[in-house]
Design a protein around this ligand. Structure first.
Ligand code: ATP
Ligand code: ASP
Ligand code: MG
Length: 314
């Protein structure tokens, strides 16, 4: 398990600093590429009435939701900025991104996955009127550019981390697998099998998820996508979004467990037809950097690790 900073030996700190260089360089490259593509950079929010319900995503497994009262109102800490992204993209910025802290009190047994921490950062972005394909191509260009850049600029650090030779610049376009085909081939454990077999990042499409991802009610196909990294797992989820009021309501009711009153503004804007079609995604920064650096546990990418079930001083 990742230890807190003050308990690390000198060599562990040296490794941490190399990972820190990978993080800094990755953030520099990613933010620059989004700005070069005319995205506005928004600052994150911490408290809101609406946040991602993380439900009924079967991948979501949290111990509790954080709700507290301020000024006589109940607010929640951000689990993702999906609602803010959709509203900001509809009403103000047609292209936007945020480096957004997400709090998800993951079940404590998830400490063992090595892929979950209870505070992490998403590079979350959204584009008005975009198609899923456009978003996937954008992500491919940005990620391939990032890996090429890191191999050029951080050769010494990647060599120290034992990743210089094994980290390959992925060829574009990345392969795409419809989730139903993977289920046919591998059964319900498709995710683990896929991740152990691939050698480059791949897309999986059509995954049943939260109400905000677009679903074709006639075919039952979801217009969404996850990006999987070899030996590592999911690093990104994204989709084209729902924007029509009646459809969002139908999905919220079907998902039973979703409290419509927690999404009052989104529903009001959709009713007034002020929500616009968009598509986007969120990249988990610790997972991306963890894969690049080849860490065993995501907490190694954090100077102050937030391992499920473990609360250190800092
Ligand atoms: P998983 O099924 O792997 O737990 P998820 O599908 O629940 O993840 P999303 O809600 O899709 O996660 O979140 C978007 C992205 O945020 C993920 O693709 C991942 O990169 C990152 N992420 C999600 N949960 C965590 C976590 N607990 N720790 C670190 N990164 C996370
Ligand atoms: N960031 C994700 C998206 O854009 C939402 C999430 O965090 O689950 O779809
Ligand atoms: Mg996901």
């Amino acid at each position: 398990m990742p230890k807190p900073l003050e308990q690390l030996h000198e060599s562990d700190i040296e490794r941490k600093c190399c990972i820190g260089k990978v993080l800094t360089n990755s953030l520099k490259h990613l933010t620059q590429r989004f700005m070069d593509c005319d995205f506005e950079w928004l600052l994150p929010v911490v408290f809101s009435k609406s946040t991602d319900p993380l439900w009924p995503d079967p991948g979501a497994s949290i111990e509790k939701r954080i709700e507290l009262e301020i000024y006589g109102e109940t607010v929640r800490t951000t689990s993702s900025m999906i609602v803010h992204k959709m509203v900001a993209c509809s009403l103000a910025h047609p292209r936007l991104f945020i480096l957004s802290p997400n709090i998800r009190i993951e079940r404590r047994e998830r400490a063992r996955t090595g892929r979950h921490v209870y505070e992490f950062t998403q590079l979350d972005f959204e584009v008005r009127d975009a198609t899923s394909k456009e978003i996937r191509r954008l992500v491919e260009t940005v990620l391939s550019g990032l890996i090429g850049n890191l191999k050029r600029e951080l050769r010494e650090e990647l060599t120290y981390l034992g990743r210089y030779h094994s980290l390959r610049v992925p060829k574009m376009p990345f392969r795409e697998y419809p989730r139903r085909e993977l289920e046919k081939k591998y059964g319900t454990g498709w995710e683990r099998r896929l991740v152990s077999e691939i050698r480059d990042p791949v897309w999986v499409t059509d995954i049943p998820r939260e109400f905000y991802d677009f679903e074709d009610f006639e075919t039952g196909v979801w217009d969404n996508y996850d990006l999987f990294l070899p030996q590592y797992g999911e690093v990104l989820s994204g989709a084209r979004r729902e924007w029509e009021h009646d459809k969002i309501i139908r999905k919220m009711e079907r998902d039973n467990g979703i409290k419509k009153e927690n999404y009052a503004l989104l529903l009001k804007l959709a009713k007034e037809r002020r929500m616009k079609p968009s598509a986007g995604a969120g990249i988990g920064i610790e997972r991306l950097v963890g894969w690049i650096a080849g860490v065993q546990h995501l907490g190694e990418t954090q100077l102050f690790p937030k391992v499920p079930g473990v609360v250190y001083d800092l």
